[in-house]
Ligand binder design. Structure first.
Ligand code: C2E
Ligand code: CA
Ligand code: CA
Length: 703
């Protein structure tokens, strides 16, 4: 035996060598002997055909072997079956090449036993078949999806019924993942992509509901769940299932719709679409809870139409229904979106107003309703006049329970009916009086400006050390034809809540400035003129130009003027206010902060405000010098003005002690009844003509 034989003998592949001409075996190795069951001796008697080697001389030389014979290739590969001595067969893969063995040309065939491979294939095929059979009965599709680190993806496995879901064959999907993706609804693509990415990052289950557009079945809803697994090469493999949930989705939608309809019926009035009693009680309960937590107020309006029964009786129910719908749209237009309107039945409505700041705003809403209803409404071509009576209860003032508030609003509504209908009544009668007074005031005030019932009074401002007049503050008075002199505290807040304040302030401004210019012209010296201006006024677009025009017309010097603005007014919109105030300062007009200390101005804003003076509020002066607290505050404000380099004046000074305390503290400018109450122009002119000397008169306590 030579070396090659030695090697050939020990390799596990079967090796056969046979004569190129006779096809007789020359050599077979040990593996071949064992596998075939023939001994070396026995085999040497056979030609290759005996083993069914597909390489019968004839067949080999004429076809399969030709490329080798013609030296076109070095070897050829053949799949064939070999037959053992015991007649059993086995599959092999043969590698055939030419060689020289023991001095003659021969073929070497190296066989690879395929039995195991074939068995494996069979097992896999049968497993796949089992899986196929099993998955056939699963309502969804089982699949594997793989995402490679470079972003590519594939479907290593998909069960056959993927066709039902995606209308794509499992095999073609496994070859080309894109086929599946093109089916996705464009609006859901991002969702699918994002959830896959997230699952890949967190290794949490992927689940998603999404739509596919199928060539035959059209739009379908699918639901998928799958568990990710990280592979060694960093790709992620999901094992999961997909299901068609289109029918379930449709059912869900239907249920939701039914639920909404039921809810609608349970909580809303079918005619007007407004909240019904049940929803109102629910909202009122919640509003009370919220109001208790935030200590905010609410108002409950009970509205009853005054002549609905007549309309219903004379024009019929259809017309009545139309009226109710029209009233609904009128009420809805009046209230804020966060408020609730409800129809309790018949012609009874309620409105729940939350977060109300004052009773005036409630009265305003009621007035709006009454005014709107004063116009006729058109129903079926005829004009109908509808009025209503409104009762109001307030939380927490009147009650803190849902049913109490409803009961009180109802009883207030009956009072409105008794008072002649077409009006509103608070449960607390005092509030109704106030509201009525307010309405009278508002109407009266509108006329007052026209009828010249307003008059400007002047209150002297005095240097407390010399008792000399240094300036005056203009304060408006209303000479009401029947009520007499009305103090500003009664009508200024009303004017401020409406655009009336603009006309009012403009009137005072023109009147006072003309008067002061006139005094200067006469050679008298009233000092500076302080005007109280609402921020609404100075924020009028034409304010600056109109004041310039006026100054030019009446020859009024800007440095004669000082405008007083309250902290509260500035603080409602500090940034805007600062801009406007700066423009005023640029004209050479002085600015003072009125009622200083009562607002919330932060020191940081104070520094930014373009002001010259602080006016210490009467509240702090009133109890001086006894009140230690007020003394400290007053002292503090004075020091603050020194630090900020501002002037300071104290208002409401009534006693000698107060004046002395202020002067000692460093505040010399004094305004108050100690020197004088606000006086008419005629009275002030007397003071001016007397050389501006003021007398302090601490016993004088007048309005
Ligand atoms: P205010 O600007 O703080 O004016 C000072 C108020 O204190 C005036 O009340 C004045 O009469 C009063 N007063 C002055 N000295 C004393 C005193 O020693 N003791 C007491 N008890 N009171 C004193 P009045 O005139 O009733 O004005 C009230 C408020 O109405 C003013 O407060 C001001 O905010 C507003 N107001 C007055 N006139 C006008 C105006 O023309 N336009 C605007 N927007 N508001 C005005
Ligand atoms: Ca003032
Ligand atoms: Ca004041």
């Amino acid at each position: 035996m030579n070396i090659e034989d030695g090697i050939l003998e020990h390799i596990t592949n079967e090796v056969y060598i046979f004569d190129i001409n006779t096809f007789k075996f020359i050599y077979i190795n040990k593996s071949a002997q064992i596998n075939l069951g023939y001994s070396k001796k026995e085999i040497k008697k056979f030609t290759a055909d005996k083993l069914n080697l597909k390489v019968s001389k004839e067949n080999f030389t004429k076809s399969v072997g030709l490329p080798l014979i013609n030296n076109e290739v070095n070897s050829i590969l053949l799949s064939t079956t070999l037959q053992r001595k015991d007649k059993t067969c086995y599959e092999v893969e043969l590698s055939l090449l030419k060689t020289v063995y023991e001095g003659r040309v021969a073929y070497v065939a190296i066989a690879l036993d395929l039995t195991e491979q074939i068995n494996m294939k069979k097992t896999l095929a049968s497993q796949a078949e089992t899986l196929r059979k099993l998955t056939h009965y699963v309502p969804g599709t089982l699949y594997q999806f793989k995402l490679y680190p470079d972003g590519r993806s594939s479907f290593p496995y998909a069960s056959e019924n993927i066709y039902d879901l995606y209308e794509v064959n499992a095999e073609s999907l496994m070859q080309n993942a894109i086929e599946g993706f093109v089916r996705h609804h464009p609006d859901d693509e991002k969702k699918i992509y994002d959830t896959i990415q997230k699952s890949a990052q967190t290794m949490d289950e992927w689940s998603c509901e999404y739509r596919v557009n199928l060539p035959n079945k059209g739009l379908r809803w699918l639901e998928g769940h799958s568990t990710p697994e990280k592979l060694a090469d960093d790709s992620v493999l999901w094992h999961g299932y997909l299901m068609d949930i289109t029918e379930r989705k449709a059912t869900e939608k239907l249920l939701l719709k039914q639920q909404t309809v039921l809810q609608q019926q349970a909580y809303y009035d079918s005619l007007t679409g407004l909240a019904n009693r049940r929803l109102l009680l629910d909202r009122l309960g919640k509003a009370i809870q919220k109001g208790t937590r935030h200590t905010s107020k609410l108002a409950l309006l009970f509205i009853d139409l005054d002549n609905f029964k007549e309309i219903n009786d004379s024009l019929g129910h259809d017309a009545g229904d139309k009226v109710l719908i029209e009233i609904t749209s009128i009420l809805t237009a009046i209230i804020r979106s966060e408020d609730t309107i409800a129809r309790l039945g018949g012609d009874e409505f309620t409105i729940l107003l939350e977060n109300i700041t004052n009773t005036e705003s409630v009265a305003t809403v009621c007035n709006k309703i009454l005014q709107k209803l004063a116009h006729p409404i058109k129903i079926d071509g005829s004009e109908l006049y509808i009025s209503c009576s409104i009762g109001i209860s307030l939380f927490p003032d009147d009650g803190i329970k849902v049913h109490d508030l409803l009961k009180y609003a109802d009883s207030a509504m009956y009072k409105a009916k008794r008072e002649g209908k077409n009006n509103f009544q608070f449960y607390d009668t005092k509030l109704t009086e106030l509201a009525t007074e307010r309405v009278i005031m508002e109407t009266g005030l509108r006329l007052a400006i026209k009828n010249k019932e307003l008059e400007v009074y002047y209150q002297p401002q005095v240097d407390g050390r010399t008792d000399k007049l240094i300036g005056i503050e203009a304060l408006v008075r209303w000479n009401h034809p029947t009520m007499g002199l009305v103090p500003p505290a009664k009508f200024i807040p009303i004017a401020e809540a409406t655009p009336l304040i603009i006309d009012l302030d403009r009137f005072v401004m023109e009147q006072a400035m003309t008067q002061v210019a006139h005094w200067y012209e006469k050679g008298l010296n009233p000092g500076g003129l302080a005007l109280n201006l609402s921020v609404k006024q100075i924020q009028q677009k034409d304010y600056i130009s109109s004041i310039q025009l006026l100054m030019k017309k009446i020859k009024f010097k800007p440095y004669w003027l000082e405008l007083e603005v309250t902290e509260g007014q500035i603080m409602t919109n500090p940034k805007k206010a600062i801009k406007t105030l700066q423009k005023i300062r640029n004209l050479g007009i002085d600015l003072a902060i009125d009622d200083f200390g009562t607002g919330y101005s932060s020191l940081s804003y104070l520094k930014k405000l373009p002001i010259n003076k602080l006016k210490i509020d009467r509240e702090f002066i009133k109890n001086l010098p006894e009140s230690k607290e007020d003394a400290a505050i007053t002292q503090g404000i004075i020091i603050l003005t020194k630090i900020l380099n501002l002037d300071v004046i104290a208002e409401g000074v009534e006693t000698e002690e107060q004046k002395n305390f202020l002067i000692e503290g460093g505040c010399n400018a004094i305004q108050g009844y100690l020197y004088s109450k606000p006086v008419t122009a005629v009275e002030l002119e007397v003071i001016l003509q007397n050389g501006c000397r003021m007398q302090s008169n601490s016993r004088q306590r007048v309005y």
